[in-house]
Design a protein around this ligand. Structure first.
Ligand SMILES: *Cc1c(COP(=O)(O)O)cnc(C)c1O
Length: 340
């Protein structure tokens, strides 16, 4: 038994999900003739109370398309210094859209309306890049699955309104935030211009992200997806997994959150851990005490068939997910307790 806690992307489709794939009706989605993709897109648009949605092969591509939709070359977007759009999309913001990123020193990956305001370049000062977009991440990845307070998001929206900025939500793990805080997806739909939601993280599908947004933007999104090479054909097989996940894998995210908080509790008790970040969803970030190196710890866990991630700068990450079972959880807690 391998206990793989590197990421919630390591899951395999369940029997039910495979069955949904086998039964999927498909067509050529580049002609928009795949009924299952069309259904998935409509379901997501309705869920968030937004006009339209578009199925992408990856979260990075959906975010990159969103950045392109909101900006012109030479402009600037504002995001947290740990943002996925800046750190983990291969430099795509500059490569695909020719924009720079103004990095904000946020709290666990979250930025405030006040910080957004401070980082907007004066539009008449033509020496600086024109600020045109704000990118928010919820939950935050590098910030340890932290969730925004809705009141702060509302304030950010109002800053964007008064400065005519686009507002994109990288919601790779948005459903985790919605479950953890008992929110309504429509609360997000009214605030953001575009939202990306990954199906391949906590929701457990093999691939796919849905970009949701207002009609004017989404009509352009399909062309950008084509340019980026993201037009797919009989991809209804994968959309069927997404529909299955919508029906079966949302409420259960609470189990991932519970296990993550139990892991965090255990890590707080053991002497070889210096600090554990607050654990709100399915990500646990922690730091080892002096004298124990990250590599030693990771290798020792590997010897016991447990795999976790090294995020650099002393940061270790554990992510719970659909394939992390109760038996694995009990075993892992014992391993942590007995480690010395
Ligand atoms: C995983 C993730 C993405 C998308 O990554 P892909 O590997 O391209 O699917 C985007 N944003 C965040 C915060 C993520 O964690």
């Amino acid at each position: 038994m391998i206990i793989d806690l590197r990421s919630d992307t390591v899951t395999k489709p369940t029997a039910g999900m495979l069955q949904a794939m086998l039964q999927a009706k498909t067509g050529d989605d580049v002609y928009k003739e795949d009924p299952t993709v069309n259904e998935l897109e409509a379901r997501f648009a309705n869920l968030f109370g937004m006009d339209a949605a578009l199925f992408f092969p990856s979260g990075s591509m959906a975010n990159q398309a969103a950045i392109k939709l909101h900006t012109q070359p030479g402009e600037q977007l504002i995001c947290d210094k740990w943002a996925h759009v800046f750190n983990y999309e291969g430099g795509g913001a500059s490569f695909n859209s020719g924009v720079s990123c103004k990095l904000v020193d946020g709290n666990r990956g979250m930025i405030t309306a006040e910080q957004v305001k401070e980082n907007i370049n004066e539009p008449d000062f033509y020496h600086s890049p024109l600020t045109s977009l704000v990118c928010i991440e919820n939950t935050t990845n590098k910030g340890g699955g932290a969730c925004y307070d809705h009141s702060e998001l509302k304030k950010i929206r109002s800053v964007c309104d008064s400065h005519k900025l686009g507002l994109h939500l990288d919601g790779a793990r948005l459903m985790n935030a919605i479950v953890a805080k008992s929110e309504d997806p429509k609360q997000y739909g009214v605030l953001f211009d575009t939202i990306s939601v990954c199906l391949s993280k906590g929701l457990g599908t093999p691939l796919g992200t849905v970009l949701i947004g207002r009609k004017e933007l989404m009509q352009k999104a399909i062309r950008i997806r084509k340019i980026l090479g993201g037009g797919m054909r009989q991809i209804g097989y994968m959309a069927a997994c997404g529909l299955y996940a919508l029906d079966n894998h949302i409420d259960r995210l609470a189990e991932d959150h519970k296990r993550a908080s139990e892991i965090a509790e255990m890590l707080q008790k053991v002497s070889y851990v210096e600090k554990v970040e607050p654990t709100e969803t399915n990500i646990v970030i922690f730091y080892l005490a002096d004298g124990l190196s990250e590599n030693t710890f990771i290798n020792d866990l590997r010897d016991q068939n447990v795999i976790i991630s090294n995020m650099g700068n002393g940061k270790l990450r554990i992510v719970t997910h659909l394939d992390y079972t109760d038996v694995m959880h009990k075993t892992f807690l014992k391993i942590l307790q007995n480690y010395q």
